[in-house]
Design a protein around this ligand. Structure first.
Ligand code: JHZ
Ligand code: SAH
Ligand code: ZN
Length: 405
């Protein structure tokens, strides 16, 4: 029996996605002899209810100099983080010497607004390429992994922070004990630790199983986050649902007793308990839905191929590694995947080796059907690619079920 990474309780596996590659490892064509694979499976802790991966991938294999995810690739996300920064400036960074720290600041998408406002800040970002780009935007960044020792160093040099923010990063870090101890060292007595990540409640509701891949180690609920925070002398004082990335929750954590919890916290936990969210029957039901989507998607793509239709994919997302490898999609069924990220282009998709081509390929070599791997950006992409549908093209989506629009 595997032990829970948070509380040591029993971890019960509920879905096995099989052998999977690193979701953000785009190899050069023909250069994937030493491609890394691991067993992607998820389990539930029957004690603290934290849902987590059964196997951990070493962090340096995922986050390094050539990490190819650039947060600023979506206009909707740029707006989202600009508004996030403005809200912090108005509500938390109002004292005489405000200081904001971001864990996983990537290309500076959030901190740029704080830097432009002349507020003291520091991004902690281990991936060299994205960190360097954020520096060119005037963002101050430490090119390291955040952990207890990093936090102690920052507190000694820069003092404690009013806000420690983190988006789409805390769920990537298996060693949360070290993170919470670090936050304890770095946060001012009345400061807040705010993080946002994909919400298990939404993943289950929409069967958005492709949120499960190497980088996403934890799948949070208000209940599991509250229980985790309590272990380290903190308290969950607010929760807010966010529409981005297919449905996330923003958790606000403060030192125990420092702030009055919002009623939203108890409401969300009550709702989770009522629907039996983090229970084996619910999660096994989710697993059955995943298998159905897999079968339906393979059947649809096989049928389209038999009819002589062309299919390409849109967005070489990390998420799509799970879908493509689970369904065994190769160039046989999907001829290419287009993506705006130069670091992914002219390379091949992880595990399935589908060529990644620039966005222009979609206009020059337009398929009959486009499999929308970046379904979380559907509105933004479908607006941008309006001509595709006007010209008779069809989108294939697989969340919450396989359908064509
Ligand atoms: P997107 C990554 O996941 C990895 P991914 C990570 N683990 C995570 O949690 C989230 O980000 C935050 C391209 N694109 O945002 C750009 C277009 O080509 O769904 C990206 O490669 N045209 C940290 O990779 C990809 O699609 C467009 O118009 O699943 C989108 O990736 C747009 C909007 C995007 O995250
Ligand atoms: N906050 C951005 C970036 C998310 S990508 C957004 O929401 O779009 C996740 C980032 O976390 C990557 O840039 C990765 O390099 C970084 N990361 C991974 N482990 C980390 C750690 N232990 N400390 C700080 N950053 C980390
Ligand atoms: Zn546990």
């Amino acid at each position: 029996m595997t032990a829970c990474r948070i509380c040591g309780g029993d971890l019960v596996e509920f879905y096995d996605f099989g052998r999977q590659p690193l979701s953000d490892a785009f190899h050069k064509p023909g250069q994937f002899q030493d491609e890394f694979f691991f067993r992607l499976a998820v389990g539930l802790c029957t004690d603290c209810t934290m849902v987590q991966l059964m196997e951990e991938v070493p962090r340096d294999k995922m986050f390094h100099e050539d990490y190819p995810y650039y947060s600023s690739g979506s206009a909707v996300m740029r707006k989202h983080f600009e508004l996030t920064a403005r809200r912090f400036i108005e509500t938390e960074l109002t004292g005489p010497a405000p200081f904001a720290v971001e864990i996983g600041s990537n290309d500076g998408i959030m901190l740029k607004t704080i830097a432009d406002a002349g507020i003291k800040h520091l991004g902690v970002e281990p991936s060299g390429g994205v960190a360097e780009l954020s520096r060119s935007k005037g963002v101050r960044v430490l090119n390291e992994f955040f952990q207890e020792s990093t936090a102690v160093e920052i507190a000694a040099t820069d003092g404690q922070a009013d806000v420690i923010f983190s988006a789409n990063t805390i769920c990537h870090i298996p060693y949360l004990d070290s993170i919470f101890k670090g936050v304890d060292a770095l946060l001012k007595p009345n400061g807040v630790f705010v993080f946002e990540d994909p919400y298990l409640g939404e993943i289950v509701r929409r069967t958005s199983f492709d949120q499960i891949y190497d980088e996403h180690y934890y799948f949070f609920t208000a209940r599991s986050v509250q229980s985790m925070a309590n272990r380290y002398g903190f308290e969950l004082v607010d929760v807010e649902r966010l529409p981005v990335h297919g449905g996330e929750t923003r958790y606000t954590i403060a030192r125990q007793g420092a702030r009055t919890p919002s009623p939203a916290v108890a409401e969300m936990i009550a709702e989770e308990n009522e629907r039996g969210l983090a229970t084996l029957p619910t999660l096994e039901g989710f697993g059955e839905n995943v298998t159905k989507i897999k079968d339906d998607l393979v059947a649809l793509l096989t049928k389209l191929k038999a009819e002589g239709k062309t299919v390409a994919a849109y967005g070489a997302t990390a998420k799509s590694a799970t879908v493509a490898n689970l369904c065994g999609l190769s160039t046989d069924l999907v001829s290419y995947v287009c993506d705006t990220t130069p670091q992914k282009q002219n390379r091949v998709s992880p595990g399935t080796h589908i060529p990644v081509r620039p966005a222009e390929a979609f206009h020059e070599d337009t398929p009959d059907y486009a499999l929308l791997f970046a379904w979380n950006h559907a509105e933004e992409i479908m607006a941008k690619e309006k001509a595709f549908r006007d010209g008779g093209g069809k989108w294939i989506l697989y969340v919450p079920e396989v359908h064509v629009v």
